[in-house]
Design a protein around this ligand. Structure first.
Ligand code: FNR
Length: 182
């Protein structure tokens, strides 16, 4: 595809709503976009002492990010913020100093949680982090997804209730990536 999007899901849970949301969202994009969910569960805990000799899993993550034209983060909300595993992945790929893989990559932020405010707090924390990483993050529409009955249809597609919002989100994200890709 012309545009490869790296997808980072901040939950390692097998039946993660955020992982399901990531898979369903990929179907809302035009054919020139392809999506790959990057593995972050095998990354070691970040330790600055290892910056000069990053683990193979870290090198792989950084190469996949570098190859992508854009990134979409699907964040769960853990105690009113992003998950530790997501922050761990973000920190890894931001180092060594001056060699961050994230710089300039157009970012989208989505998230689903079982609480009615649907990751609003986690997404705001993530925005702060992305600003520090110098990633242009799509501002609107915001989508705080409440993981409940009917979010997904029979085939795993986005259900009726959220489809219009999320199709609009994807249309805007597609434009955002094109705008930031020379
Ligand atoms: C949660 N959950 C949660 N939900 C929420 O809306 N706000 C929150 O602050 C928290 N805090 C929280 C902390 C921890 C440690 C866990 C494990 C869970 C519930 C969370 O939304 C739910 O587990 C989702 O299913 C997580 O997303 P995945 O794993 O389905 O993608």
């Amino acid at each position: 595809s012309q545009y490869q999007i790296a997808v980072i899901v901040g939950s390692l849970r097998k039946d993660s709503f955020n992982r399901k949301l990531a898979s369903a969202m990929a179907k809302l994009a035009p054919p020139e976009f392809s999506f790959k969910q990057l593995q972050i569960g095998d990354l070691p805990l970040y330790n600055q002492d290892d910056d000069a000799h990053q683990a193979d899993a870290v090198k792989r993550l950084k190469a996949e990010i570098t190859a992508a034209q854009g990134i979409i983060f699907f964040t769960p909300e853990y105690n009113r913020s992003i998950s530790g595993v997501l922050k761990n992945a973000i920190d890894h790929a931001s180092r060594p100093y001056g060699q961050s893989a994230w710089t300039g990559k157009p970012a989208g932020i989505l998230g689903a949680s079982v609480g009615p405010h649907g990751t609003a707090m986690a997404q705001q924390h993530l925005r702060n982090i992305l600003a520090s990483l110098d990633m242009p993050a799509l501002g609107q529409p915001e989508a705080f997804i409440h993981a409940r009955e009917g979010l997904f249809g029979e085939s795993g597609d986005i259900g009726e209730g959220s489809r219009k919002l999320l199709q609009n989100w994807m249309d805007r994200y597609v434009s955002w990536v094109k705008k930031h890709t020379s």
